[in-house]
Design a protein around this ligand. Structure first.
Ligand code: IDP
Ligand code: MG
Length: 149
């Protein structure tokens, strides 16, 4: 089983898309093991997006991600990292495949609604940034036998 960090960015919260986005991930078969509403401060944003430091969009990205409440969640499932990346769609909504969250609900790369970890190392690092161990719940879901064959 793999875990990945998902963030519904401030535009997703403002636009009332929390339920839609979480619903798509749940419907895919992924299991929530942690979730909370929070506001990301500058220091946390800098750590989360450290790999983008120095890029032209970096300052704007920090402004964006700290501009309002976000929902952070940890999703679990086989291949969860790649499944979430596919369900989100490409970084640039104009290039995202129809049927993905970014294609279906977004237009602009600077307002692309959702974050998902991009590798096992990144997922471990990002989950640790946003959640304490005791905020994550390992639980048995009765429907799992209908989702994992
Ligand atoms: P990802 O979110 O699909 O992993 P990354 O390349 O890691 O994409 O970029 C992180 C975030 O930075 C993007 O989701 C988007 O919000 C923002 N971003 C990336 N490229 C640009 C850009 O060219 N202009 C504005 N924002 C950008
Ligand atoms: Mg990324």
């Amino acid at each position: 089983m793999e875990r990945t960090l998902v963030i519904i960015k401030p535009d997703g919260v403002q636009r009332g898309l929390i339920g839609t986005i979480i619903g798509r991930l749940e419907a895919r078969g992924l299991k929530l093991v942690g979730m909370k509403l929070m506001q990301i401060d500058r220091a946390l944003a800098e750590r989360h997006y450290a790999v983008h430091q120095g890029k032209p969009f970096y300052e704007g990205l920090l402004d964006y991600i700290t501009s309002g409440p976000v929902v952070v969640a940890v999703l679990e499932g086989p291949g969860a990292i790649e499944l979430v990346r596919q369900t989100m769609g490409a970084t640039r909504p104009a290039a995202a495949q129809p049927g993905t969250i970014r294609a279906d609900y977004a237009i602009d790369v600077g307002r692309n609604l959702v974050h998902g970890s991009d590798s096992p190392e990144t997922a471990r690092f990002e989950i640790g940034l946003f959640f304490r161990e005791d905020e994550l719940i390992s639980w048995q879901r009765d429907v799992d036998r209908w989702i994992y064959g």
